[in-house]
Design a protein around this ligand. Structure first.
Ligand code: WT7
Length: 664
């Protein structure tokens, strides 16, 4: 490794190492690196025996499985296929008759600070009653149900109730638009929508039901037979006769007992839409058995959950993190968890720290983007600095969703963890179902900015474009070589796209994560270097560049052509930059600003506010090769404000570069 660029890189390589304290190691479930290595060796020696042992020890099976892995139709792997179980029974019923029965399952804090709690027993009754309500509204095993709800106890109840009756849920994040909701309802062929009249965020009342009505009215949603509406606030909303019913009316008279439907281990527990490298989001389908096994096990391994812990994952149920580490994992592991309706900056940017003190949170799991924005807030205003609150209850911190820069890691470590709490930087994806590369708090020495090592049983590696291993220190493509139980099963309704996206033939049948990564020369630790496809990560939210381009060109009266790229951003990780060619002449000055605003709002309507480009540049054209291909690498350089040093000799219209570089 002697090229100048790699020696610069090696100077930047992080060399601070934080060993776990002896006390943390002694108390941990996976205690020390020897214990970690032993589990990895067990998994290597006989993967099927390893997974079978864990599935038998950690899940409650109605009918035990006899075959662990069926790989006869690769890459459509099937796990524990002839076994039968129910996900809700594995999260709730399993605790009845144990000390967990009367333990608090959820501490719910509303946007305005009001707190409600439910015990496991009470949660089981709520889930069962709502499950009966779904059945009474005609929802059957095998049906799909779209959930478009705020963070509430009822949001978790809705997911668990679907699981209880064997209906497949598809949660749509409450920030997505009517159009995005309609597309998901249609693609999933959902029979019901569970929503709320409004949601409260940052003191504001935002509509949900009105967006459901708007989405359904766009057409193609004839499969929807019922809409159940939680009255989250006192404000009335439109109710369609014969189709819509309030949550209260739906559960009225329903029994609080509902026997869980036993489903096969491969039964689709949920479909969750995420962005890919084409315009259309993909419905990532997860199984019941494999998903749940990993949801529970990673709670026990990565978070080293103890009975007395108070766990808080700040993710919304609309994302995979809110599925695995709010709706299923904590319950399957018998944890007490905080569920929070609001936003980290309301009524002030110390809200998270205040809530940790108030509820005595011991495990806190959030995204780098939240940490970075709270650092900025604390630097601007002493009063919201974490030092103003007592954070002694914390024993473990987590990070998820995007790379955490070492500066943010150190701030989190010092100011929140008081140099006492390990930080687990968990790398995973909607498709992996749960953590795949992460430190273990009582074993792994930590290096800021590195997600360290794969969990036992996860055969992660870095390869070149032909699927060959690259040496430590050299960058490459992140793959997982062997199947694992919580992996994506297929893309809903599109098995061909599943194969093409995740198992390209040149990669020897390995699972392609879509990220670049490098392993450190000394420890073999993984560091994620970012997506290698046309997917952006904005504030930990996944956005497809093609998806945003499609939305822009759908504004047919105005837009002729659009190209979207990402640009590094201190706060949001990446920011969206759009290069747009209009059907009219190129605007400048105030007019350009006005049109940019119009387009931003349009994208907000088409996809959701999170997809709005931060920067929109207008050009007479886009940089294209003579064969008409848009040269995105040049656009990426322009977006970053870099001088173009690349070869532009293949460019049809080199003059366009200066025009696009102008900040109009
Ligand atoms: C993409 C997956 C993981 C659940 C939330 C996001 C990026 C995720 C990390 C991390 C570096 C990370 C990757 C990945 N990512 N966690 N700890 N370090 N990058 O799930 O929306 O499916 O996005 O998020 O790029 O591919 P997702």
């Amino acid at each position: 490794m002697s090229s100048p660029s790699s020696s610069i890189e090696s100077v930047l390589v992080e060399n601070r190492v934080f060993e776990p304290s002896a006390a943390t190691v002694a108390a941990a479930r996976i205690s020390g690196m020897k214990a970690y290595d032993a589990l990895c060796a067990e998994a290597d020696k006989d993967p099927e025996a390893f997974w079978a042992r864990l599935a038998r020890e950690h899940l409650v099976w109605q009918k035990p499985f006899t075959q662990t892995l069926d790989a006869s139709d690769k890459p459509f792997y099937k796990w524990f296929q002839d076994g039968q179980l129910n996900a809700s029974a594995n999260c709730l019923d399993r605790h009845m008759g144990t000390p967990v029965e009367n333990k608090t399952a959820i501490v719910f804090e509303a946007d305005d600070g009001a707190v409600t709690t439910v015990t496991y027993k009470e949660l089981l009754a709520k889930v069962s009653q709502f499950a009966n309500a779904l059945k009474a509204r005609g929802v059957k095993q095998g049906d799909r149900v779209v959930i478009y709800m705020p963070m509430t106890i009822e949001g978790v109840v809705a997911m668990q109730a679907c699981a209880r009756i064997g209906a497949t849920h598809s949660v749509v994040f409450g920030g997505f638009s009517a159009k995005a909701l309609q597309e998901r309802i249609q693609d999933a062929g959902a029979v019901a929508v569970i929503t709320a009249n409004y949601q409260m965020r940052g003191g504001k009342e935002l509509p949900l039901k009105a967006i459901v009505d708007e989405g359904i009215a766009m057409g193609g949603c004839e499969s929807i037979k019922t809409v159940i509406v939680l009255q989250r606030t006192a404000t009335a909303c439109n109710m369609v006769d014969g189709r819509d019913i309030t949550w209260t009316d739906a559960i009225a008279g329903q029994s609080t007992e509902c026997p869980p439907a036993m489903v096969g281990a491969e039964h689709p527990l949920f479909v969750l839409y995420t962005s890919g490298s084409t315009g259309k989001p993909k419905g990532v389908q997860h199984s019941t058995g494999g998903f749940l096994l990993w949801a529970r096990l990673t709670m026990l391994w990565t978070f080293d959950l103890k009975p007395e812990d108070l766990f808080w994952c700040t993710a919304d149920i609309g994302w995979i993190t809110g599925h695995t580490y709010v709706a299923y994992g904590p319950l399957a592991a018998g944890a007490t968890q905080v569920v929070f309706e609001g936003v980290p900056t309301f009524p002030h940017a110390g809200r998270f720290w205040q809530m940790i003190e108030k509820h005595k949170v011991s495990i806190f799991y959030t995204a780098p983007t939240a940490i970075r924005s709270l650092i900025k807030a604390a630097e601007g205003d002493e009063k919201v600095h974490p030092k103003n609150w007592n954070l002694d209850s914390l024993r473990l911190l987590g990070s998820v969703g995007e790379p955490i820069n070492p500066e943010a890691w150190m701030w989190y470590h010092r100011n929140v963890g008081h140099e006492r709490c390990p930080i687990v930087d968990t790398f995973w994806q909607t498709e992996t179902g749960g953590h795949v590369i992460t430190p273990l708090p009582g074993a792994t020495p930590l290096v800021p900015g590195s997600c360290t090592l794969p969990l036992p049983g996860i055969d992660a590696a870095i390869v070149d474009e032909a699927g060959n291993d690259v040496p430590n220190g050299a960058g490459g493509i992140l793959v997982i070589k062997k199947p694992w139980p919580s992996m994506i099963r297929t893309i809903w309704g599109d098995p061909e796209r599943f194969k093409k996206s995740y198992f390209p033939p040149e990669l020897k049948g390995y699972y392609l994560a879509g990220d670049g990564a490098v392993r450190s020369a000394d420890r073999g630790y993984f560091r994620i270097t970012g997506r290698i496809d046309d997917v952006l990560n904005v504030s930990g939210h996944r956005m497809g560049t093609m998806e945003i381009e499609s939305a822009l060109v759908a504004k047919t009266d105005l837009v002729a052509e659009a190209a979207v790229v990402g640009r590094p951003d201190d706060l949001t990780g990446e920011a969206i930059v759009a290069f747009v060619v209009l059907k009219r002449s190129r605007p400048t000055g105030e007019e350009a600003k006005a049109i940019a605003k119009q387009l931003r709002d349009w994208v907000g309507k088409e996809i959701g506010p999170i997809a709005k480009p931060k920067d929109i540049r207008f050009g007479d054209n886009l940089p294209k090769t003579r064969s008409g291909k848009i040269m995105r690498r040049l656009l990426r350089a322009i977006a970053k404000g870099e001088a173009i040093t690349q070869d532009v000799s293949t460019l049809e219209n080199p003059a366009i570069l200066d025009q696009l570089a102008e900040n109009n």
